[in-house]
Design a protein around this ligand. Structure first.
Ligand SMILES: CC(C)(COP(=O)(O)OP(=O)(O)OC[C@H]1O[C@@H](n2cnc3c(N)ncnc32)[C@H](O)[C@@H]1OP(=O)(O)O)[C@@H](O)C(=O)NCCC(=O)NCCS
Length: 205
């Protein structure tokens, strides 16, 4: 029952929070960009975007993006309440994405997790910072109290970018995770506390 309450509550807050999209902006170098949540019609563009990412970065994406049927199935049922993907576009091309995940119940129902990926040709123009900052605002508005990000310890640019935004290192475990080729990498958990607007406090209580 509590779980359903949180799901309904999140759905209502999401509708309100997502009202402002699409949002247009200029990147650091003047590139025009638009930000909006994923929709079903983005399948082709999103697939193309994932394929543009170097393989060593793709190794950590949990879904098999090379399996087109699975990818199609995944996108047929986007569930923004559990996994909200924000996309940044330059024209019709996807140049970055950040996903905010949250749990419908349980002891980490107040903790969101965020992942971010930028198209290799658009790096260093603030795409990731804009996307993650936007997701922080959304997480706050949804009443989440903490945000975490799991990383491969080798992702130095990502680690620094997240630190700049306000994340701190919570855990560093050597040789803890395996990539798709069964090579081990350090595991890093970063996190930040969210100051929650009183109006939104009380996730699933
Ligand atoms: C990490 C990642 C998302 C950063 O994306 P981005 O859009 O280039 O980042 P931003 O432009 O918002 O800025 C991040 C900072 O890193 C810097 N940066 C970006 N690419 C860099 C590079 N190759 N070398 C050094 N610094 C770099 C930017 O200049 C910026 O720093 P600044 O504000 O002090 O100038 C991107 O490199 C990526 O997709 N990496 C692979 C996936 C990954 O590691 N994701 C994180 C897991 S959650």
């Amino acid at each position: 029952m509590k779980k359903n309450n949180k799901v309904n509550d999140t759905a209502i807050k999401l509708e309100y929070v997502l009202e402002k999209f699409p949002v247009s902006m200029k990147l650091r170098d003047g590139t025009s960009a638009t930000l909006r949540p994923l929709s079903r019609k983005d399948e082709k563009a999103l697939h193309k975007f994932f394929l543009s990412v170097p393989e060593e970065e793709r190794l950590f994406i949990k879904k098999s993006i090379l399996d087109r049927a699975m990818f199609h199935e995944w996108l047929r049922h986007p569930d923004a309440e559990e996994s909200l993907m924000l996309l940044m576009f330059h024209g019709r091309k996807i140049i970055g994405k950040a996903t905010l995940r949250q749990r419908p119940g349980g002891w980490k129902r107040h903790v969101g997790s965020v992942t971010v990926l930028t198209h290799p040709e658009y790096r260093g123009r603030d795409v990731a910072k804009i996307l993650v900052t936007e997701q922080i605002e959304i997480a706050r508005a949804l009443g989440l109290r903490k945000l975490e990000a799991e990383l491969n310890g080798e992702r130095k640019v990502a680690i620094r970018a997240l630190q700049d935004i306000g994340f701190q290192q919570l855990m560093h475990q050597e040789d803890y995770v395996l990539d798709m080729k069964a090579v081990t990498h350090d595991y890093l958990l970063m996190g930040m506390d969210l100051k929650v607007d009183e109006e939104y406090a009380g996730v699933g209580e």
